[in-house]
Design a binder for this molecule. Structure first.
Ligand SMILES: [Zn+2]
Length: 262
């Protein structure tokens, strides 16, 4: 059985069949899905989705909603998030992080949201799910100051040295659709080199479609039901059996979430 360690079931792409997708994923061999709404307006819906068996939920404000053309989050949303975390007792905080790739990004504002959310994770002793895009070192700088209980660095795309720094801070690195493309050489190398106990698999659905759904960067809709197929491809890159890879990545997720209520 596999765990999708990073997914956005709140996306409108799933509106018509949110519970079905979880059930179909389970039928395909996905025992759990970590659902991460990225905006306070989606928390209510995520709370409902959490009632579906096998759905693990984090609450957080995604950097995409903080700055840049789609920035709609307000600083007051941090207080809303804190209230939600206090009341709903999620399993983690996320998706949070920094994206220095999106056009017209506002670094100061993104860092403010990131730091405030790290404080919430620290105060409630929760792991975090991190969005990392051209921002590894700045993310690490704040993680060294605000100690959280580790978490997941999702769709990791950095150097081996940066990967090691996240691992030292208690993080697992997420691999998914991108690593199914032979041309993603650096990510595939990381997938072979990072210790197995620090690897988790993910879809980031509806984003990051794997190679069997389209070309790299295409708009094809990804879904957690494809995770076993993605996992098998990643196991091949890693050079181990799919069964051993599924077992290792599953136990890594549970270790990161250890002590949470699910
Ligand atoms: Zn994501």
């Amino acid at each position: 059985m596999w765990i999708d360690s990073h997914c956005h079931l709140d996306a409108p792409e799933f509106d018509a069949y949110r519970a079905d997708v979880v059930m179909r994923s389970r039928a395909n061999g996905v025992s759990a899905i970590i659902n991460l709404p990225g905006h306070v307006d989606h928390f209510e819906q995520a709370k409902l989705t959490r009632q579906v068996h096998g759905v693990i939920t984090g609450y957080g404000i995604h950097p995409m909603w903080v700055a840049g053309p789609s920035g709609v989050s307000k600083r007051d949303d941090i207080a809303t998030l804190r209230t939600w975390v206090e009341r709903e007792k999620p399993d983690l905080i996320g998706e949070i992080g920094l994206d220095f790739f999106i056009p017209n990004f506002n670094q100061r504002e993104q860092e403010w949201f990131y730091v405030e959310q790290l404080k919430i994770a620290r105060d409630f002793d929760l792991p975090v799910s991190l969005h990392v895009r051209r921002s590894q070192d700045v993310l690490l700088k704040h993680l060294r100051k605000i100690k959280v209980r580790g978490g997941f660095a999702h769709a990791f795309n950095g150097s081996f040295q940066q990967a090691e720094e996240f691992v030292k801070l208690g993080f697992c690195l997420g691999f998914g659709g991108t690593a199914t493309f032979p041309q993603a050489q650096q990510i595939r190398r990381l997938l072979r080199e990072v210790p197995l106990e620090n690897i988790v698999v993910e879809t980031d659905a509806p984003d990051i479609p794997p190679s069997f759904l389209g070309t790299m960067g295409s708009q094809a809709r990804n879904s957690p039901e494809y995770l076993p197929q993605i996992g098998e491809m990643l196991a091949e890159v890693r050079g181990i059996s799919a069964k051993a890879f599924a077992a290792a990545t599953t136990s890594n997720v549970w270790r990161v979430l250890a002590g949470r209520s699910f």
